[in-house]
Ligand binder design. Structure first.
Ligand SMILES: [Zn+2]
Length: 229
């Protein structure tokens, strides 16, 4: 993945493996040990996070505080094996609970009609908690199983513009060919005339405003333990 990122001229690559609640996930102990991984590979700065699973309507997630303290960032998402869809109010409450968790910096693919949410509440809470909302490029791919993503993103992005809330664009790459492939998301953002200044990963510095680990990485403040190579 890092080599592919290097070939594509990507400066920073975040890898967020699925949290341990997913049937295909890496073991929980992986997240306790990511600090042993290199901070730079093939000239690409590396960050290792987790796409944690939201488990219930309180927003509980499937990684404990010890592991959350060791990873670089956390994306919190609904996935069908781990979360039973509720009412709009229950699903929205689940996102709010996850966003209140100080270890969560990103809400992953909030775009699926099987998990309906109140987008105005979600967007305002993202602003309040300084959490990014993901625009997932894979969601626009015809093979994607998530339903009605375009309509849901249309609604979410209108509200992000209205309330000046930032998003993060990513590939959701599950293999090296898709690393950095944001094209479908960017096409959609252009269609809806979404302002670039609200895209957090338009630059490392802008993304660092939302991801404390990245801020420390850019400032050169990581300790040897943090940056174990
Ligand atoms: Zn996901």
């Amino acid at each position: 993945m890092a080599r592919s990122a290097a070939e594509k001229g990507i400066a920073l690559l975040g890898i967020a493996d699925h949290g341990p609640g997913m049937p295909i996930a890496v073991p929980k102990n992986y997240f306790n040990n990511v600090r042993m991984l290199p901070r730079e590979l093939y000239g690409v700065k590396m960050m290792f996070g987790c796409e944690v699973n939201i488990l219930d309507y309180n927003g509980s997630i499937d990684l404990d505080e010890k592991a959350l303290g060791r990873i670089d960032y956390a994306v919190a998402s609904f996935h069908k094996p781990c979360f039973k869809a509720g009412t709009i109010a229950q699903n929205t409450q689940a996102y709010l609970g996850a966003m209140a968790n100080p270890y969560v910096q990103i809400i992953g693919h909030p775009d699926e009609s099987d998990f309906p949410v109140d987008y105005e509440v979600l967007v305002c809470a993202a602003k309040e908690h300084h959490v990014l909302l993901e625009v997932n490029s894979e969601s626009f791919h015809p093979r994607c199983a998530r339903k009605d993503c375009r309509n849901n993103y249309l609604r979410m992005l209108e509200l992000c513009k209205k309330h000046q809330v930032s998003i993060i664009v990513d590939s959701d790459a599950h293999c090296e060919v898709d690393v950095g492939n944001h094209s479908r998301a960017h096409e959609f953002l252009a269609e809806v005339d979404f302002p670039e200044r609200l895209i957090a990963n338009r630059s490392l510095e802008a993304a660092a405003e939302f991801i404390p680990f990245l801020k420390r990485m850019l400032a050169g403040e990581l300790t040897l333990m943090d940056a174990a190579i």
